[in-house]
Design a protein around this ligand. Structure first.
Ligand SMILES: Cc1ncc(C[n+]2csc(CCOP(=O)(O)OP(=O)(O)O)c2C)c(N)n1
Ligand code: SF4
Ligand SMILES: [Mg+2]
Length: 313
């Protein structure tokens, strides 16, 4: 089987391409849904046609944040909630990179929630995978922004009084041009969705349901799932924002009643990415900024930066 790389060259798919030579032993607990994300990503990446040298995975803090330790690509383990700003900078400096940001529900919908909203609004060209286990896993089971109302934990021993974040609806409202939900228990669908998300030009948000059997026993609710694209009960138009909003709301209501609706919720192929918009108005060069570092003859506009330094001297 073959795929095409960034400059259209045909290349053979090597399914082990993203598996490190000396494979580190993941420290995730047995049965953790994070294994499902790693597996789906390792299968999806070669099919997108990118090599590990063309791929950057920026992660947040949490069990989910360890993802890039187990992948043979470039990686940046950022601070809590900050995978997106780092991923944005990398994408702006080198739009040729396949940029993936990944982190937990606490990381992305809590402490990094502001970055999520604005990265979606600006439609930065990247894939954002949120490992949604409805709990703070790494720090041993505190209530997270997606924990259901009434959920008991060490931090909310009488049950959470808060309604959970609705990540699909929030994503759509903020401006994501691709919104999907998949689950670790459904690796084939997960792989297909990750391929689509990576091939999409713009901000592709994948809410990835991952069970945490250690700290969130309610994880069993993720089985069985329904694929809304395969089911006769659902037939919304994924290109229609209004229909997508209704479907997202329905899925979010259903989740807390134990029915897991997964699949594509919204796809907008026409909206230009932030980089395309900037290039259109002449504020961003066609040549990647990153390449200037390798060009000894490039004349940097140093005056402005020296001015700035003088002012702070
Ligand atoms: C600024 C900051 N606040 C708090 C923490 C402690 N902390 C580490 S991971 C984490 C929560 C992780 O939960 P989530 O993002 O859902 O990831 P999971 O472990 O469930 O994959 C917290 C609160 C931290 N590292 N940095
Ligand atoms: S604590 Fe939960 S999320 Fe973290 S590795 Fe264990 S099962 Fe996975
Ligand atoms: Mg979590």
């Amino acid at each position: 089987m073959s795929a095409f790389n960034a400059i259209g060259e045909e290349r053979e798919i090597d399914r082990d391409e993203y598996t490190p030579g000396i494979e580190p032993q993941p420290t995730w607990c047995p049965g953790c849904g994070d294994f499902g994300v790693l597996k789906a990503l390792k299968q999806a990446l070669p099919e997108v046609g990118r090599s590990p040298e063309e791929t950057l995975v920026c992660t947040g803090i949490g069990c989910s944040g360890k993802l890039n330790s187990y992948l043979d690509s470039y990686g940046f383990h950022t601070i809590h909630g900050r995978s997106l700003p780092v991923a944005r900078a990398a994408n702006l400096a080198n739009p040729g990179l396949e940029v993936i940001a990944a982190g937990g529900d606490g990381d992305g919908y809590g402490i990094g929630g502001n970055h999520f909203i604005h990265t979606a609004r600006e439609n930065h060209d990247m894939t954002y995978i949120v490992f949604n286990n409805e709990i703070f896993g790494l720090t041993k089971g505190q209530t997270s922004p997606t924990s259901p109302k009434g959920h008991k934990s060490k931090t909310q021993p009488h049950g959470s009084a808060k309604s959970p974040i609705r990540p699909l609806s929030l994503s759509l409202t903020a401006g994501s041009s691709y919104v999907a939900r998949t689950a670790a228990v459904n690796p084939n669908q997960a792989k297909e969705i990750l391929i689509e998300a990576m091939e999409h030009d713009g901000f592709a948000h994948v809410d990835f349901l991952t069970q945490c059997p250690t700290w969130n026993k309610d994880a069993k609710q993720y089985v069985p799932y329904i694929d809304i694209q395969d089911s006769d009960d659902y037939s919304h138009d994924i290109h229609d924002r209004g229909e997508a909003a209704d479907m997202a709301q329905q899925a979010e209501e259903a989740l807390y009643e134990g029915e897991v609706l997964t699949g594509r919720f919204y796809v907008d192929d026409d909206r230009p990415s932030y980089t395309q918009e900037k290039q259109e108005i002449g504020e961003m060069p066609e040549e990647p900024l990153a390449e200037r570092y390798f060009d000894d003859d490039y004349e940097w506009e140093t005056e402005r930066s020296y001015d700035l330094l003088d002012r702070h001297a």
